[in-house]
Design a protein. Structure first.
Length: 211
């Protein structure tokens, strides 16, 4: 064994111990309300109302990074988001709630991660909704596509009592990884952080690119 390939040499060269790797964000179903036309609204804003209006809904900012399991940021990953509005209504012809729709709410958006793997969306907190007999806790749907992988998943809100009644959340292999954390909270704004972890390019256990 040469000195450069010995275990001690790898530690000295900064090789990442296996135990330090990040856990992949769990897959969750696409759901029935993926926009009929795929999200095409490039940008971070999903609501066109007047910011700060006392009569308007409180705002939610969701930001984070797309990383691989080695902790490396993934630049240029396409991050698609779609969700129900504050009344639990999707902008989709099959949405099942009788609540009125909010015409100021786009319902979906897409952007590419920057050089640090970061993304950021401004939106509203989605309402809970029923889909047939199923009660869904407030959540956002994400589809993240990198050069190597595509992940479909959902993000949930911290401290949300309905999480414990959501069968998809409860059925996940790691529900805690689907919950964002609070970065800042005011009476009119909730800032959340949620990192999304894809398999590393050298990980061959996800043939086909869907994890
Ligand atoms: Fe949904």
């Amino acid at each position: 064994m040469s000195s450069a390939s010995s275990p001690l040499a790898k530690i000295a060269l900064g090789a990442r111990p296996v135990a330090a790797r990040l856990e992949r964000t769990p897959h969750l179903i696409l759901g029935p309300f993926y926009p009929v036309a795929a999200p095409s609204r490039f940008g971070s804003e999903m609501w066109s109302g007047k910011p700060g209006s006392p009569a308007g809904p409180s705002r939610v900012r969701i930001s984070g990074r797309v990383l691989d399991t080695d902790g490396e940021p993934i630049q240029g990953a396409l991050v698609e988001v779609w969700q129900a509005d504050q009344h639990g209504r999707y902008r989709h012809p099959d949405t099942q709630t009788a609540q009125p729709s909010d015409s100021r709410f786009a319902g979906s958006a897409v952007q590419a991660t920057d050089g640090s793997g970061s993304y950021c969306f401004w939106t509203l907190k989605p309402g809970a909704y029923r889909n047939g007999p199923v009660c869904r806790a407030p959540h956002l749907h994400f589809q993240v596509t990198s050069r190597h992988y595509r992940l479909v998943t959902q993000m949930f809100f911290p401290g949300e009592p309905l999480n414990d009644r959501d069968r998809w959340y409860q059925g996940s292999r790691s529900p805690a990884l689907l919950v964002a954390r609070i970065a800042r909270k005011t009476p009119r704004m909730l800032a959340l952080t949620w990192d999304i972890v894809l398999a590393a390019p050298h990980d061959r256990s996800h043939a086909g690119g869907i994890q």
